[in-house]
Write a protein that binds this ligand. Sequence first.
Ligand code: BDR
Ligand code: CA
Length: 294
Amino acid sequence: MTLLVIDTDPGVDDALALLLAWGSPGVRVEAITTVAGNVPLGQCTVNLFRLLALRRPEPWPLVAAGAEAPLARPLKTAEGYHGADGLGALGDWPEVEARPGPSGAVELLVEKARHHGARLTLVALGPLTNIALACEADPAAMRRIGRVVAMGGAVDVRGNVTPTAEFNVHVDPEAAARVLDAGLSLDLVPLDATRRATVTRAELERALGARPGPVATRVLAFTRHAFAREGGRLSLHDPLAIGAAIDETLMEWEPARLTIGSDGETRRTPGPPNCRVAVGVDTARFVRLLLERL
Ligand code: BDR
Ligand code: CA
């Protein structure tokens, strides 16, 4: 069984990533923490509760809200891509009561790290603010986590917010730098890999058309805005990080030493590795797996 804790800023591709995790046999999503990123924190948490109400996963995860802003700079969001509410700006999501648990995200991350240690895989799908704060709160417990899989960075390819920086690292470079220095078992899934994991609108429609229902209808609706922005082919950034957490053989990994530039650049630098970077993807196998499990 793969035991997951997911830190996320939903987000259209975060939503697909959560649906993949919830639809995967042998995977238990124990807790989900939210972080400001694609949209402000409150909206991220509302979006998570919308997705929980839509999918009703078993078991129901613990939920905690985390950082409202990056460690050392103002928040930059990405409504232009994800829609004004972060989930396609549909305007007809059923009302939900967003009630995270009493612990904050950092507390919950540390508690899960202490309790599960090497059995746990932590997946980070947004800026690394909560993870950096958890590393500060209990570095030893965080180092005992089996794997930390983070979607972020543009190592040998162009960035997606600046020519050299990827969104999650660009939003909170100080957090990314701390996480790289924290001595974690860190697997980074950068744009180098995620740009090779894409799905067309027609492929998604075909797959979801085979099992119609409220989830299929909503997925087709909330992805419409992002498909339009990407010219009909959606990059599966965050779902690929979940894929990496569930089955690391979906990717080719390369040990690397990275440093973070002031704008969030992920630069190779000489010295002992501080992470593994996903460099290749079995795209066909991953897309098939995703489409079967949404
Ligand atoms: C990352 O940025 C966000 O907008 C996506 O949700 C993903 O986590 C891709 O650069
Ligand atoms: Ca994300």
